[in-house]
Design a protein around this ligand. Structure first.
Ligand code: C5P
Length: 284
């Protein structure tokens, strides 16, 4: 389920479909549907919240991953496959999660010599994923090889290429120096990456440098919850207010005693936050 050249899929205002109001996905279990809790989210946003939530499936077993994916599909439209799951399940994880109705995000954060990254990207580009990450620290030649590899692999497989995302500074790092961030964003732009992965606090600078770069933000935590190893965590409300396009949510939901209840509560907290700010700005 790859939506070519549109980092957020066809519902994103920056996508090829332009700013037109999106059709709302409205499955019976879809909280973004007309009867679901996210139905009111478009008070402040032109496209559904669910389109902006990626589920980090950081588990070491495909059966467990697809079970979580199915359980949480009402709240998330993107499934992120990181090193742990890809190492356990291999490339077929992409088709499995696509089959569960997700856009798939391969988060392997490639960082190697340009030839190796280019060749690995060629393989990954043909899997039918929607997003793929590389470390911007790898520099322009490496990122360029990755972008070309994704395009070549996708063309050979007859599918659209994944959006190349450059990881700027890991959200586990306590700070990101602005000059480092600027340099990495510049490298991403120079090679035609569609977006970057950054912390909430970095989104403003990223968008100031290029408002069209798609900003993916991990380290999402509901207010007052554990940050684990995330050095720059933020609430979903803060990330959205900063301008994040896609929020990556992992342990806040997957490690909860009841992941569905945690997902529901996270989404509802965003909706009530948005409704509150909308009231304020309208003076109601
Ligand atoms: O569980 P948690 O929400 O902290 O998971 C965050 C996910 O986002 C992990 O899969 C991690 O690999 C990924 N990630 C990150 N920081 C980045 C890029 C990706 O935490 N800069």
């Amino acid at each position: 389920m790859n939506e070519a050249n549109d980092p957020a899929g066809s519902n994103h205002p920056a996508g090829p479909a332009g700013p037109a109001r999106p059709a709302r996905p409205a499955g019976p279990n879809d909280p973004a549907g007309p009867n679901g809790p996210a139905g009111s989210y478009d008070v402040a946003e032109p496209y559904p919240l669910r389109q902006r939530l990626a589920l980090a499936l950081d588990v070491d077993d495909l059966v467990e991953a697809t079970r979580l994916a199915r359980d949480l599909q009402p709240w998330f439209s993107v499934a992120k496959v990181g090193l742990e799951l890809f190492s356990a399940a291999g490339p077929e994880v992409v088709a499995a999660l696509d089959g569960c109705g997700y856009r798939v995000f391969i988060d392997l954060k490639l960082h190697d010599i340009p030839t190796t990254v280019g060749r690995a990207s060629r393989v990954l580009g043909g899997l039918g994923a929607s997003y793929m990450t590389m470390h911007a620290e790898g520099g322009v030649p490496m990122l360029h090889a990755g972008v070309e590899g994704l395009a070549d692999g996708a063309a050979a497989a007859g599918c659209p290429p994944p959006v190349a995302l450059a990881v700027t500074v890991l959200t586990s790092a306590p700070i990101a120096a602005s000059e480092v961030l600027e340099e990495r964003v510049a490298a991403a732009r120079a090679v035609g990456c569609g977006g970057v992965v950054c912390a909430t606090g970095d989104v403003g600078l990223v968008k100031a440098l290029d408002q069209h770069l798609f900003a993916v933000v991990p380290g999402i935590r509901p207010a007052g919850t554990r940050h684990h190893d995330q050095g720059r965590a933020a609430t979903p409300q803060a990330a959205l207010a900063a301008g994040a396009d896609l929020l990556v949510v992992g342990r806040a939901v997957t490690a909860a005693p009841d992941p569905q209840a945690a997902a529901c509560s996270l989404v509802e907290s965003v909706i009530s936050g948005v409704a509150g700010s909308a009231k304020e700005s309208s003076g109601a």
